[in-house]
Design a protein around this ligand. Structure first.
Ligand code: RM4
Length: 260
C-alpha cells in the first residue's frame, strides 16, 4: 500500500481526474478529504457525484469527508485543512487538482471567463497549497504536494489563452514551493496530463473530428483516462518518490513529443 494510513486532500475531487485521485489514494490505504464545488452532477445515479465517491471510499474500508468550497476564495483552503485535521488529525498529502477550462476564443473573451479561470486554476492552487503547507510544517513530519498542471503548461491552445497560462503558473508554483518548503521535508511536484477524457473537455471532444484528430496525434493511440493520471499522482505522493521534488511528469500518451 503506497499511502498506508496517510491523509490525503484532493481539491476538485468529486469528478474527473480528482475523483480518480481520491479513489486511487483510498485503494493505496489513505483516508481522503474531498473538496468540491456546486456538485450538481447527477450522472452517478441518485447520489450526487461527491456522495458517490465518499461511498466508494468508505466501501474500501477507508474514511472520507466531503468539504464544499470554491478554491478561488482563500478561506476555502484554510477551512478545508481545518476540517481535514478535525476529522483525521493531520494532512500528509495535498492533491491540488481543482481546475476549469471553459474553451473560448481569445479576441472576444469576456473578462469574467478570463478572471474566473485564473482565480480557480492559479489563485486556488496557491491558496490551498499555502494552507496545506502551513499545516504540514506545524506537524513537523514533512509531506507531499502534487499539483495537476497540464501539457498546456508547455504548449498552447487557440481556445485556451486564459487557461494555458494558469497551468504554466501551477507548474512554476510547484518549482518555487519545492525550494521554499524543502527545509520542512515537504516535496512539491506536478503532473501534466495530456488530453484526458473527462467532463472538463466533454463538449470539446464531442466534436468527432476533434476527437479523432487528438487520438491520431497520440502515439499510444488513445485519449487518457483519469486513472492514468491518478496512478502518477499516487507515485509522486508516495515514499517511492522520496527524492523527487520540483519535478513535473507528463502523462500524455506521448502527445507532447509527437511532431511527426
Ligand atoms: C488540457 C489539454 C487537453 C484539453 C484539456 C481541457 O490541458 O489542453 O487537450 O482537453 O486541457
Amino acid at each position: 500500500m503506497l499511502l498506508e494510513n496517510k491523509v490525503v486532500i484532493v481539491t476538485g475531487g468529486s469528478r474527473g481526474i480528482g475523483r480518480a485521485i481520491a479513489l486511487a489514494s483510498a485503494r493505496e490505504g489513505a483516508d481522503v478529504a474531498i473538496n468540491y464545488w456546486r456538485d450538481n452532477d447527477q450522472s452517478y445515479g441518485k447520489a450526487s457525484a461527491v456522495e458517490s465517491i465518499v461511498g466508494e471510499i468508505e466501501a474500501l474500508g477507508r474514511r472520507a469527508i466531503a468539504v464544499e468550497g470554491n478554491v478561488a476564495e482563500r478561506e476555502t483552503g484554510i477551512e478545508l485543512v481545518r476540517r481535514t485535521v478535525e476529522a483525521f488529525g493531520r494532512v500528509d498529502v495535498l492533491s491540488s487538482n481543482a481546475g476549469i477550462c471553459p474553451f473560448h476564443a481569445f479576441l472576444d473573451m469576456p473578462l469574467s471567463v478570463y478572471e474566473t479561470t485564473v482565480a480557480v486554476n492559479l489563485n486556488g492552487a496557491f491558496y490551498v497549497t499555502q494552507a496545506a503547507a502551513n499545516q504540514m510544517k506545524t506537524q513537523g513530519t514533512g509531506g507531499a504536494i502534487v499539483a495537476t498542471s497540464s501539457i498546456s503548461a508547455l504548449v498552447g491552445g487557440g481556445m485556451q489563452t486564459h487557461y494555458t497560462p494558469t497551468k504554466a503558473g501551477v507548474h512554476s508554483l510547484m518549482q518555487s514551493c519545492a525550494i521554499a518548503l524543502g527545509a520542512y521535508g515537504i516535496r512539491c511536484n506536478s503532473v501534466m496530463p495530456g488530453t484526458i477524457a473527462t467532463d472538463l473537455n466533454a463538449d470539446d471532444l464531442s466534436d468527432a473530428g476533434k476527437r479523432a484528430y487528438m487520438e491520431k496525434r497520440i502515439p499510444l493511440g488513445r485519449l487518457g483516462a483519469p486513472d492514468d493520471v491518478a496512478q502518477c499522482v499516487v507515485f509522486l505522493a508516495s515514499d517511492r518518490a522520496r527524492y523527487v521534488t520540483g519535478a513535473s511528469l507528463l502523462v500524455d500518451g506521448g502527445l507532447f513529443v509527437n511532431l511527426q
